[in-house]
Design a protein around this ligand. Structure first.
Ligand code: ATR
Length: 255
């Protein structure tokens, strides 16, 4: 859809790669004339390791979702996930992050990938909460030079209130929701799930049950990270809104 919109001639397809064959598959793709790849779970860390040059944000994220091949030159790796999240929140949803209290739930690769762009928005406080508190504390330590960021477990959140709560855990894969205290999200605040699906995700349903004013899934983030990858490859930024709308309609039809 981006290529049609911007008049670019290209082929973009999905490749299913066996675990353990990532580097080989990238090598074959490149040998066949491939110019760039989006990489998704569980290969983002391997893509980071394969990249010979990385953007600063990818370097810190420890994960790469965009690879660029330029002839025989070094493989370039970038990470557009965080920018995708921030763009969907701020541009598409109109959420102001500056000066806000933001809670990031989860401390795995998905959380780490979005921390730098989130902190660049200058929230008043960013708390990382995780089932395994040590991982959240460690992640906060790694990013503490970029803003006011703290790590903790879920019980510590009791009695705290946040303007924006972002779910970066894998709990939704099992249809589960992290055990957050009730009222952790302000009633007029936002709950954002980095996951998406054909219907409302478990976290979005939880947020609605809590009576939180705004509950959004991660479809917009998916499209925004892809738009930024497209810009890196092709030098032109496509419009994301019509693509989000088309995907949303497709998902609704499949539901
Ligand atoms: P990803 O790359 O998707 O972040 P990951 O690195 O395996 O995957 O991290 C998964 C995250 O989801 C972790 O923060 C994990 O918590 P732990 O660090 O305590 O394992 C979190 N997670 C997974 N299932 C969960 C559940 N049912 N409830 C709460 N958190 C969960």
């Amino acid at each position: 859809m981006f290529a049609v919109q911007t008049g670019q001639q290209l082929v973009y397809d999905a490749m299913d790669v066996e675990p353990g064959r990532f580097a080989a598959a990238v090598g074959e793709f490149r040998a066949g004339g491939g110019r760039g790849l989006n990489v998704t779970v569980p290969f983002k860390e391997q893509a980071w390791a394969l990249a010979e040059q990385r953007s600063a944000r990818a370097q810190r994220a420890g994960a790469v979702n965009t690879l660029v091949f330029d002839g025989d030159g070094p493989i370039f790796g970038d990470n557009t996930d965080g920018l995708g999240l921030v763009r969907d929140l701020t541009v598409n949803q109109g959420v102001m992050l500056e000066g806000r209290r933001v809670l990031l739930v989860g401390a795995g690769g998905a959380a780490r990938g979005v921390l730098e762009p989130l902190l660049a928005q200058r929230p008043a406080l960013l708390v990382i909460a995780n089932r395994t508190p040590e991982k959240a504390v460690e992640l906060a330590r790694l990013f503490c030079d970029l803003g006011h960021v703290e790590g903790c477990g879920f019980p510590v959140l009791d009695g705290q209130r946040f303007d924006v709560v972002i779910n970066a855990t894998a709990a939704g894969l099992q249809g589960e929701v992290p055990p957050l205290p009730t009222d952790v999200a302000a009633a007029d605040g936002w709950c954002y799930d980095m996951m998406y699906g054909s219907g409302p995700t478990a976290f979005v349903r939880w947020a609605r049950q809590q009576g939180v004013a705004h509950a959004v899934d991660g479809l917009g983030m998916l499209v925004e990270q892809a738009a930024e990858s497209f810009r890196i490859w092709r030098g032109v930024r496509p419009l994301s809104a019509p693509v989000i709308a088309a995907l949303r309609a497709e998902l609704a039809a499949a539901d």
